[in-house]
Design a protein around this ligand. Structure first.
Ligand code: SF4
Ligand code: SF4
Length: 202
């Protein structure tokens, strides 16, 4: 990653971090994230663009050699497991998760920063309503579990009233493509490059 690109990407990360932090603060009554809770780093494919991967590599290079080695061992094992799946979706633990903590936290991908918030992606067809996507940990009694209605895939007013919370739950337009195009491509002219599952970069 060239220095100029690195600086622009860091600026982009600062902008989205600010926005995402505001949303987490706004939704704090529905959020159960805490240190050591790492279900979201154990069940995914982790879509990652070329630029995010370049940034992540910088973080990896800052780690002590023995930590790097642990990660490399995990990658080798995961790639062997993935080869059996032959092109099918391979849900796995992220190789950068060590002892339930992210080893490259400051350099993590965009999806890792937004995970935990309910969101929607604007439908390309204006006639079609956008459905709310809740984090999967809602199923485990975590984020939004007390207000999300699985049948209708939206927030339940009835459930909200039962919580006694002051602030209604909100789903934000936090789709990866929206974040990248709105703040990265359009404003900072960043070229994120191809996006693919994290393991395919490794
Ligand atoms: S998003 Fe869900 S699984 Fe991830 S840290 Fe928060 S509560 Fe835990
Ligand atoms: S990069 Fe870090 S935050 Fe993202 S999935 Fe991996 S361990 Fe979790």
């Amino acid at each position: 990653m060239e220095e100029k690109e690195f600086e622009k990407y860091c600026q982009f990360i600062r902008v989205i971090n600010g926005l995402i932090s505001e949303h987490f603060e706004d939704q704090k009554e529905y959020i159960h994230c805490k240190e050591g809770c790492a279900h979201c780093c154990k069940n995914g494919e982790y879509p990652c663009s070329r630029m995010e991967f370049e940034f992540l590599k910088i973080g990896f290079m800052t780690l002590p050699i023995d930590t790097q080695q642990k990660i490399v061992n995990k990658i080798v094992q995961l790639k062997a497991e993935k080869s059996v799946f032959q092109g099918k979706k391979f849900i796995h633990e992220c190789p950068f998760l060590l002892d339930d903590k992210c080893s490259i936290y400051r350099f993590r991908m965009i999806i890792c920063r937004t995970f935990g918030l309910a969101y929607y992606e604007q439908s390309e067809d204006p006639e079609k309503p956008s459905t709310i996507k809740s984090p999967f940990c809602m199923e485990q009694g975590l984020n939004y579990s007390d207000v999300f209605d699985k049948e209708t895939k939206t927030f339940s007013k009835e459930k909200f009233l039962k919580t006694g919370n002051k602030k209604e739950p909100v789903a934000y337009n936090l789709g990866l493509e929206n974040l990248k195009s709105k703040f990265g491509k359009d404003i900072m002219n960043l070229d994120f490059g191809e996006t693919k599952p994290l393991l395919d970069w490794l």
